[in-house]
Design a protein around this ligand. Structure first.
Ligand code: HEC
Length: 126
C-alpha cells in the first residue's frame, strides 16, 4: 500500500513538475550552459577544456559597473550576431529553442532568454 502510494505520488509529480522545472532558469542553466560555462558560470565546465575558444566567465560580466543586459541577451539568442555561424563553440540558442518550441514561438522564447539573462546576472561576483 505504501509502495502504491509512492508510485501515485511519483506519477503525479512527474508530468507537470518536469514541464515547469525545465523552465526554471537554474535548471535550464545547469542543463544547457553549465557543461561549458560551469555550474557557477565561471567558464570552468567539463567541456571547456576541449573548446578552441574558452567559454566566457559569466560571473564577471557586470564588473564594468552595470550588468550588460542587452549584450548578454544577444549573446544567448545569437540569431542577430554577425558571427552567429562563425563561432561554433557558443551555440545559437535562439535557433535551438525556437525549433524546440515550435508553435509556442517567439514569446516563450523571449521569456526563456530573459529569465536566463537574469539568472546570469544573479551569478555576478561584484
Ligand atoms: C558548447 C559550449 C557552450 C555552451 C553549452 C554555452 N556556451 Fe556560452 N559561450 C561559449 C563560448 C566558447 C563563448 C565565447 C564565445 C566567443 O568569445 O566568441 C561563450 C559566450 C557566452 C556569452 C557571451 C558573454 C559576452 O562576453 O558577451 C554569454 C552571455 C553566454 N555564453 C551565455 C551562455 C548561456 C546562458 C548558455 C546556456 C543557455 C551558454 N552560454 C551555453 C560556449 C558555450
Amino acid at each position: 500500500m505504501k509502495l502504491f502510494a509512492n508510485c501515485l505520488l511519483l506519477s503525479a509529480l512527474a508530468a507537470p513538475a518536469f514541464a515547469s522545472d525545465s523552465e526554471l532558469p537554474a535548471t535550464r542553466f545547469s542543463e544547457d550552459c553549465a557543461s561549458c560555462h560551469g555550474v557557477g558560470g565561471a567558464g570552468d565546465g567539463p567541456v571547456a577544456a576541449v573548446l578552441k575558444i574558452r567559454p566566457t566567465d559569466l560571473t564577471l560580466l557586470g564588473s564594468g559597473g552595470s550588468f550588460p543586459y542587452a549584450r548578454v541577451y544577444r549573446a544567448i539568442d545569437g540569431r542577430d550576431l554577425p558571427l552567429a555561424h562563425g563561432t561554433p563553440d557558443m551555440p545559437v540558442w535562439g535557433e535551438r529553442y525556437k525549433r524546440a518550441l515550435g508553435p509556442l514561438g517567439e514569446k516563450v522564447l523571449h521569456q526563456r532568454i530573459d529569465a536566463l539573462v537574469k539568472y546570469v546576472e544573479s551569478l555576478q561576483v561584484h
